[in-house]
Structures are given as C-alpha cells and as structure tokens.
Ligand binder design. Structure first.
Ligand SMILES: [Zn+2]
Length: 234
C-alpha cells in the first residue's frame, strides 16, 4: 500500500512539475493568438542570436522597412558581440532573455536552469523595459523556471506560428498562408550563426531574410500591423 501511495505521489509531482508549465504555455499561446487577431497584428521574433552575420543583415532589412521585431538572445552570444544587441536596441527592437547557454529545462536540474536564466539577465540593464521577456529554449519549462521568471519579473513568451527554419523549414507561401488564414500571429525564426544541434540548414540566412521580407510585404498589402511581442501582452 505504501509503495502505491509513494508511486502515486511521485506521479502527481511529475505531472505538476512539467504539466503546470505546459498548461500555462497553452493558455499564454492562446492569449497571444487572440491578441494578434484582435489587433490584426503580426510579430516577428528571432531566437538564438546575436550572430555576426544574420543579425546585422536582418537589422538592416527591418530598419530599411521601418519594422519592429523581438530578438530572444543567448547570453553567451552577447558575450561575443554585445555591440550587435546594442544596435538592435538603438533601432527600437525589443530584446528578450533566451538563457545564458540555451539550456533545456526538462533535462537540466532546477538550479542549473534558474542560473542559466539569471546569467543571461545580467547582460540586461536597468534601462531595459520591465517586465523583461523570456522565451524558454526548446519551449521547455518547469515549475522551477516559472517561479524563477516570476522572481525576475520576466514574462514567458512563446510563439503561434513555427517556420521550422532550423530543422525542417516550411515553404514561404505556407507560412504566409497560415498568417492569412489565422488572422496574424507571433512568428518564430532564428538568427543564429549555427543551430544548437545538427548542421546549419543550407541557405538558412537567405531563407530568414527572404521570409522576413515576404511577411512584411504581405502585412503591408493586407493591412496587418507589424508589432513587437510586448505590444500584444496585456
Ligand atoms: Zn533557442
């Protein structure tokens, strides 16, 4: 009997540890989608930068088209090229926390995951907007990282449209069709130098730049506003 109670307790704790954040993710993603539809909005988001190559070219493209975006940066990459992040901020883009070393919270211990969040946040200053934004690597969160985000005044930000650019990219038309059919969305792309695992997909930079330009064209021709994710949060 005691063994069964122990097993049930363990099962319940695991369900809470992983399940509660998954429920929060579903709730928050639905809210983001509803905000996009209500405002006829599209938010461009880029993860895993800043890179030496893709990020400055994206920044030039977005700046030339007067389009704001949101970048979820990795602390280790900021250590190498903080000037690129400074330039993003100067251009009016939002910059969010994507951890120091892109740790997977489902595989790391709770303390390691929390430390990785604070490691990246140290690169932010008091001048940065509050609440800060946090996108969990791989979209994975636990109760520990949710509590850590609350303590650090960070808002979790997921996405509603996945371009799959880092592993199995979709045709540009397919992404545009989804934005059109669903009435807007928060689009996930990457501005990394190289993906976290596996080889860099061929012509990744060109794909991200072409897709970004295509979404901007689509938005302008169809009266969608291009916003930062922060503008969608209530
Ligand atoms: Zn990432």
């Amino acid at each position: 009997m005691q063994v069964i109670i122990l097993l049930l307790t363990g099962f319940a704790l695991i369900m809470i540890w992983f399940g509660l954040p998954m429920m929060l993710r579903a709730f928050q993603t639905r809210q983001l989608h509803q905000a996009c539809v209500a405002r006829r909005a599209i938010a461009l988001t880029y993860d895993d930068g800043p890179s030496a190559d893709v990020t400055p070219q994206l920044s030039a493209l977005l700046g030339g088209r007067d389009t704001p975006a949101t970048f979820f940066v990795i602390g280790r990459e900021i250590d190498k090229r903080g000037d690129v992040v400074d330039e993003l901020r100067r251009q009016g883009h939002d910059v969010g926390n994507h951890t120091q070393s892109h740790i997977n919270a489902w595989k790391a211990g709770p303390l390691a995951a929390a430390r990785d969040m604070t490691g990246c946040q140290r690169k932010f200053s008091r001048a940065d907007a509050v609440p800060g934004l946090f996108r969990p690597p791989f979209g994975k969160a636990t109760v520990a990282t949710v509590l850590q985000a609350i303590a650090m005044r960070l808002r979790f930000v997921y996405w509603t449209v996945d371009t799959q650019d880092s592993w199995n990219r979709r045709a540009i038309d397919s992404v545009i069709d989804e934005l059109s059919t669903r009435g807007g969305g928060v689009v996930l792309m990457h501005d990394f130098s190289a993906p976290r695992r596996g080889p860099t997909p061929s012509r990744h930079k060109e794909y991200v730049l072409d897709l970004t330009a295509a979404i901007i064209d689509f938005a302008r021709q169809n009266d969608f506003q291009l916003v930062r994710v922060r503008d969608l949060l209530v």
